[in-house]
Design a protein around this ligand. Sequence first.
Ligand code: BJW
Ligand code: ZN
Length: 247
Amino acid sequence: MIPAPLIDALRRARHVVVFSGAGVSAESGIPTFRDSLTGLWERFDAASLATPEAYRADPALVWGWYEWRRMKVLQAQPNPAHMAIAELARHVPLLTLVTQNVDDLHERAGSTDVIHLHGSVHQPRCFNCGQRPDAPPTMPDEPEGGRRLEPPRCAACGGQLRPGVVWFGESLPTEALSAAFTAAESCDVLISVGTSGMVYPAAEVPGLAWRAGAVVVHVNPQPQANHGEREFALAGPAGEQLPLLIE
Ligand code: BJW
Ligand code: ZN
């Protein structure tokens, strides 16, 4: 059941922001980070894999793990949540899609101009000079968790390639972050879907929208705290809840 005031706000909205996290891709078989048992950070050590220090210490370990993740993304398909977001964009005057995800499932569902706050597994770059090569070849049948794999070399300087994602302690892409904050501050409705809201500065996005007067809705199977004025929760998987918004 979608609350009537939320349906009303969506009908009247001129600008909707969708802010997505790993949960939106969970039903496509892409693991989240912090869900118990299945979350990546439950099974793998973030400090040894998702920091520049980890890459410097063991590039083959980090590159191999991200290649396993990239292959999982290549084998996955967008789910009804990605589809519903792409469809919603056709029903409102302006929709800005801001994602923390490093997959391309929103784009493959038909969303355009997606703002990626944490980069993309499909856009490696040189650790030394920043040059972006073509995507490396695909490697089916990677073992669970990947395997040690020497990163390819940069054609320009001979340095090693790194995954094109934002690791802990690294700055987010300035233009993307500023576009996300601007959209949040000027939207009428913000839909936060499939995120634990634990990672900053991305996690500031829903609060910015709320403080600027927007209606905020959280879509998540886990109960969400602090629902005040203009704040709603749709409890359940994104693939079930989001399609209800466009009925
Ligand atoms: C479903 C579902 C279904 C399940 N349907 N829902 C302020 C306070 C404290 C710390 C900091 C702070 N400011 C900065 C920091 C440090 C740090 C940080 O935030 N740490 C916290 C974790 C404590 N931030 C940073 O380091 C950031 N950089 C930075 O601040 O730079 C400034 C700086 C520059 C120079 C020097 C010093 C500082 C960078 C953060 C980069 C995060 N990177 C990662 C990895 C990306 C690469 C990769 O993919 O490996 O990004 S971490 C990981 O978390 C990934 C995600 O994008 C991000 C957010 O996770 P998300 O999407 O919310 O997933 P989960 O798993 O947490 O939640 C899933 C949710 O879905 C759950 O709620 C489920 O219930 C739900 N769900 N199934 C709907 N079917
Ligand atoms: Zn280079």
